[in-house]
Write a protein that binds this ligand. Structure first.
Ligand code: FES
Length: 92
């Protein structure tokens, strides 16, 4: 199991199966990450992986439509396109 800390939700901390989708974890555990489409289109689920960026999977082409190279370098991801391989802390 892995640990996800939702920093923008009072540091709410949950456990989840490894390799789960970040938005799905947020929905299931009421983590609070904003979303609309769930499919990589709207950009609403933009968030910053404050700790553990190395525990996320590779950036998807859809994410590059909404995130600059600078933002990607700062750990920004789109939650609906991100899979979590280990412990992370996320803000938005
Ligand atoms: S929820 Fe729309 S892009 Fe992720």
């Amino acid at each position: 199991m892995i640990t996800v800390v939702f920093l923008a939700n009072g540091g709410k901390t949950v456990t989840a199966e490894e390799n789960g989708n970040l938005l799905r974890i947020s929905l299931r555990e009421r983590g609070g990450i904003p979303f609309k489409c769930g499919g990589g289109i709207c950009g609403t689920c933009r968030c910053q992986i404050v700790a553990g960026i190395e525990n996320t999977d590779n950036i998807k082409p859809k994410e590059r439509n909404h995130l600059s190279e600078d933002e990607i370098a700062q750990g920004y991801r789109m939650a609906c396109q991100t899979f979590v391989l280990g412990d992370i802390a996320v803000s938005w």
